[in-house]
Design a protein around this ligand. Structure first.
Ligand code: B12
Ligand code: SF4
Length: 501
C-alpha cells in the first residue's frame, strides 16, 4: 500500500501571544525546526514490521511545503492511507490536509494521530474527512490498522484506534496511573520501550533542520525515555509513568546516528534526568564505547548533583534546558513544581562553574503575579540567575491541566471554548491566559520587555560574542538578535529613535 505520513503545513497555527496586529513576537521557526519524532517513530515501526509498503514522509513545516504544494504531492503519490500528526493549535491545518486528501481520492483512509486526539478524542473523530483517530502512542496501532486495511478487515478493536461509530462503545478507562487522569478513552501505549525500532532518519535526511540552540547544523533529536511522573499544574503531558530505555539501546541509536553524520544530540524527553544516577549511567555507556558527542537535554534541577554534572560535562554535555518557570518559592508551590529557588540557584551555579550552558524556561502571567511589579521581579530573578539563554512564555491555559480548572473555577475563562474549537477549528481562535490581574495585552508587552531586558544587556552581548564557536552559531545568534529588534522597530515607528539598520 502507499502510505503518506504528514506533518501538516503550519500556515494557520493559532497564535498564542498575539501583539496588537495579531502577530506572534516569536514564532516556532525562530527556534529552528525539529523533526516530528512521534510521526517518525510511527513510520519507522510500520517500515520495520511490515513488507512491501511504499512510504512517503513529508514534514511540511521544516520543508516549507504549503497547502498548495502539498496538494500536488498528494496528487502525484495518490496514497491509500494518510497518517497525520497534530497539535491542538494546528488543528485547522490538519483538517485542511484531510479535506485535500479526500478531494483528490475519497477512498484514501485518513488517520489522525498525535497530541490532539489524546486531548479531544470524541471531537477529533467527528472531524470532516477523518476516517479514524489513534489515541496515544501510535507505533503498533497504526501498523495494525494498515495491515487490517490491506486485508479489508475490521480494525475497530485495535487498542487506541477509534472511528465515529466505535468511539461510542469505548469504555472510560479505569483509574490508571500510567496516564494523566484526564485521558478519556483507552490509549495505545508502548510498554517495552527498548523494543521500539529506532526512528529511521533516512526519511528526513534531505531536510535541513536548523536549530537556534545547536552549534552544528547536523543535530539529531532523540528520546531516552517516555513520560513524566511530576504534576505541574500547567502541563498536560499525557503519560505519567516514566519508561526508560536501557543505556545499551539508547547508545546503539546514538552510534547509528553518528554513522549518518550526526554529531550533536538534543534529548527531547519531557524529563531526561529523572535522577542523577541516570546521567551517570549514560556517561558510563558513552565512555565504555569511547564516544565523543555533543549533547543537551531538557531536565529538572532536582535530578542534578555537582558530581553528575561534572561527569556529564566531561562526556560532552553542552547545555541543559531547565523549566525554572518562576522566581519565588511561593510561585513554585502554586505551580506544583516540587522544587525550590535555592535548588535552582545552586544547580545554575554548578553549571556556570563547570561551563555547562543553560536555558531557563520561564513563564509570565502566573496566578501569583498580582501586579506588573511582581512580573518584573520575576524577570529580574532570571537576569540574576544568569542562564546562557532565557525563554519566556506567557502561561497558556491548556485544557486538561489543573491551572485550566483553577481558572474555570475562578470564572476567569469560559469552559468549553477549546472543545468548540476541537469540534470546529476556526482561524480566529484565541487561547486563554491567566487574566485575573493583568489583561493579555499587558502580558504581551511584558513578554517583549522580558526578552529585551535579558538579551540587550551589554554584558550579555559581550559574553555571547566571546562564546561563539562556529560559523553556524554566528548565523543563529544574528538571526535571534534581528528578531529581538523587531519590537524595537515597532516602538521606533511610534517614537522615532535611531536604530541600526
Ligand atoms: C519536542 C516537542 C516540541 C517541539 C517539536 C515538535 C515536533 N516537531 O514534534 C517544538 C519545540 C517545536 C514544540 C512546539 C510546540 N509544542 Co510541543 N512538545 C514537544 C514534546 C516535549 C515532545 C514531543 C515528542 O517528540 N514526543 C515523543 C514522541 C515519541 O511522542 P509523540 O510526539 O507524542 O508521538 C506519539 C503519539 O502522539 C503518536 N503520534 C504522533 N503523531 C502521530 C501520527 C500518526 C498518524 C499516528 C497514528 C500517531 C501519532 O504516536 C507517537 C509515537 O508514540 C511534547 C511533550 C510530550 N511528552 O510529548 C510537547 C507537546 C507535544 N507540545 C505541546 C505544545 C502545546 C506545543 C506548542 C503549542 C508550544 C508553544 N507554546 O508554542 C508548540 C506547537 C508547535 C506547532 N505546531 O506550532 C503540547 C501538546 C498539547 C496538545 N494537546 O496539542 C505537549 C504535549 C507539551 C505539553 N504538555 O504541553 N513541541
Ligand atoms: S512541566 Fe516538565 S516536569 Fe512538570 S509535569 Fe510537565 S514534563 Fe513533567
Amino acid at each position: 500500500m502507499k502510505i503518506a505520513f504528514i506533518n501538516p503545513p503550519d500556515e494557520n497555527t493559532v497564535v498564542e501571544f498575539p501583539d496588537e496586529n495579531g502577530d506572534s513576537f516569536l514564532e516556532a521557526d525562530d527556534y529552528g525546526y525539529f523533526p516530528p519524532l512521534g510521526l517518525l517513530y510511527v513510520a519507522s515501526y510500520l517500515e520495520a514490521n511490515t513488507k512491501g509498503h511504499n512510504i512517503m514522509f513529508l514534514d511540511c513545516v521544516a520543508e516549507q511545503i504549503s497547502h498548495i504544494e502539498l496538494r500536488k504531492r498528494l496528487e502525484e503519490f495518490n496514497p491509500d492511507v494518510v497518517g497525520l500528526t497534530s497539535f491542538t493549535i494546528s488543528l485547522y491545518d490538519c483538517v485542511k490536509v484531510a479535506k485535500t486528501t479526500k478531494s483528490i481520492n475519497p477512498n484514501t483512509h485518513v488517520c489522525l494521530g498525535g497530541h490532539h486526539p489524546i486531548s479531544y478524542p470524541n471531537e477529533a473523530v467527528q472531524l470532516p474527512c477523518i476516517d479514524s483517530i489513534i489515541v496515544g502512542e501510535g507505533e503498533k496501532s497504526f501498523t495494525d490498522l494498515v495491515t487490517s486495511l490491506e486485508k479489508s478487515e475490521d480494525y475497530t478493536d485495535i487498542l487506541g484506534v477509534y472511528t465515529r461509530e466505535s468511539i461510542k462503545r469505548a469504555e472510560k478507562p479505569k483509574k490508571d496511573l500510567r496516564f494523566l487522569n484526564t485521558v478519556i478513552v483507552k490509549p495505545a501505549y508502548m510498554d517495552e520501550v527498548d523494543k521500539i525500532p529506532f526512528p529511521n532518519r533516512k526519511f528526513i535526511e534531505h531536510i535541513n533542520y536548523q536549530s537556534i540552540i545547536g552549534v552544528t547544523n547536523k543535530l539529531a533529536t532523540i528520546l531516552s525515555s517516555r513520560g513524566c511522573p511530576y504534576a505541574c499544574t500547567f502541563c498536560n503531558v499525557p503519560y505519567k509513568r516514566y519508561r526508560e530505555r536501557s543505556m545499551e539501546n539508547l547508545v546503539d541509536e546514538i552510534e547509528q546516528c553518528l554513522e549518518l553524520g550526526y554529531k550533536e544530540f538534543h534529548f527531547y524527553d519531557d524529563l531526561f534526568n529523572i535522577n542523577e544516577k541516570k546521567i551517570m549511567r549514560f556517561c558510563d555507556e558513552l565512555e565504555k564505547r569511547n564516544l565523543d558527542i555533543i549533547w543537551d537535554f531538557r531536565g529538572r534541577v532536582n535530578g542534578c548533583t555537582r558530581e553528575s554534572l561534572a561527569r556529564a560535562k566531561k562526556m560532552g554535555l553542552r547545555m541543559i534546558s531547565f523549566g525554572v518557570e518562576t522566581g519565588s518559592d511561593e510561585g513554585l508551590k502554586v505551580l506544583r513544581k516540587a522544587t525550590t529557588i535555592s535548588k535552582i540557584q545552586q544547580t545554575f551555579s554548578w553549571c556556570h562553574e563547570l561551563g555547562i550552558k543553560t536555558v531557563a524556561d520561564f513563564m509570565l502571567g502566573l496566578p501569583h503575579e498580582r501586579t506588573r511589579q511582581d512580573v518584573l521581579k520575576n524577570i529580574d530573578f532570571v537576569i540574576r540567575l544568569n542562564p546562557t539563554y532565557a525563554q519566556f512564555n506567557i502561561m497558556t491555559l491548556y485544557p486538561h491541566t489543573e491551572a485550566y480548572d483553577q481558572a474555570v473555577a475562578k470564572n476567569l475563562i469560559v469552559d468549553g471554548r477549546w472543545q468548540e474549537f476541537a469540534k470546529n477549528p476556526t482561524k480566529d481562535f484565541y487561547v486563554d491566559h491567566w487574566e485575573e490581574f493583568m489583561p493579555t495585552s499587558e502580558l504581551v508587552k511584558l513578554h517583549h520587555l522580558a526578552y529585551r531586558k535579558f538579551y540587550f544587556r551589554p554584558s550579555y552581548i559581550l559574553r555571547s560574542l566571546l562564546g561563539i564557536r562556529s560559523a553556524y552559531e554566528i548565523y543563529a545568534k544574528v538571526r535571534g538578535v534581528l528578531k529581538l529588534m523587531r519590537p524595537l522597530k515597532a516602538l521606533n515607528r511610534r517614537i522615532g529613535l535611531p536604530l541600526p539598520s
